[in-house]
Design a protein around this ligand. Structure first.
Ligand code: NI
Length: 277
């Protein structure tokens, strides 16, 4: 894989801001040309429901019952369905930032894509990304959130709680406390942390990065256009924790996507053709 030449390096001031505040706004991690090209690929994989069969496409905010319209469709590992994302400038720049923040051994990857349909898109509730992950490890990572059009207050731009990355992982629960829902939300007993909120509108080509513990959310899309975003990751290898911890909100989750993923795995093992799910 050959990534394009990066066009970005964080300044010392940007690195200091990120370490202090837990997030950073970047004006240009990619070009308007790249954004326009990727938008077509993005629309194609959502229209094709790519990854649904293997549990990689599902409704982040709903139980995902058959036939119901997804309020907040998400695709995990979108680049495997759209080769256009494999060697992007945004990925090259994410890698440079990862190495600046976490050292030479750090790398970047394409993570997931979240689509907010016009006028009907659900909010992504307040959460810390680390709350989704394996509690046995300590993480050295950021998420880079890249909208594929302008991101505004109306269509669901990113919001952060500055300095919340200094907190431990707070109590979460599945959205609406429904274990069929993949998405997590900050438990209401933790809502006193939601203060000094920073909203981050972006022009096309811009992005935000945030730490794995930074509290963040996006409001619903009340505009007339779809809000498309991809989330890339930048990280150094996670380290096994000395002190164990538990994320009980993940232990109770039973999303239908998991059943699809397990069925796909079983089919792969048995080498059988896929059936409709
Ligand atoms: Ni997140």
């Amino acid at each position: 894989m050959a990534l394009p030449k990066p066009t970005l390096r964080l300044t010392d001031e940007q690195i200091a801001f990120y370490r202090r505040e837990g997030y950073l706004v970047l004006d240009a991690v990619t070009t308007v040309d790249e954004v326009t090209r990727l938008r077509a690929a993005y629309d194609r994989i959502f229209a094709d429901r790519a990854g649904r069969e293997t549990g990689n496409q599902f409704d982040l905010a709903g139980p995902g019952e058959q036939g119901s319209e997804a309020a907040l469709p998400q695709i995990l590992g979108y680049a495997q369905y759209a080769p256009e994302f494999a060697e992007t400038l945004m990925l090259a720049n994410a890698k440079v930032i990862a190495q600046q923040l976490f050292g030479e051994q750090a790398s970047a990857n394409n993570g997931h894509a979240i689509y907010k349909p016009p006028r009907t898109g659900a909010p992504t509730p307040w959460h810390q990304d680390e709350a989704y992950w394996n509690p046995d490890f300590d993480y050295f990572s950021f998420s880079m959130w890249v909208p594929l059009q302008e991101a505004t207050l109306e269509n669901g731009c990113m919001h952060f709680v500055p300095r919340s990355h200094k907190l431990e992982v707070l109590r979460h629960q599945p959205i609406n406390n429904d274990p069929r829902i993949h998405g997590l939300e900050l438990h209401e007993t933790e809502h006193h942390h939601l203060k000094n909120i920073a909203a981050c509108p972006l022009s096309p080509g811009g992005a935000t990065i945030h730490d794995s513990r930074t509290l963040h959310h996006t409001p619903p899309n009340v505009s007339d256009i779809p809000r498309r975003a991809v989330i890339l990751g930048g990280a150094a290898p996670a380290k096994k924790r000395a002190t164990p911890r538990r994320f009980p909100w993940n232990e109770i989750k039973k999303p239908p996507r998991l059943a699809r993923a397990l069925a796909a795995e079983a089919r792969a093992k048995a080498d059988q053709p896929p059936s409709e799910l």
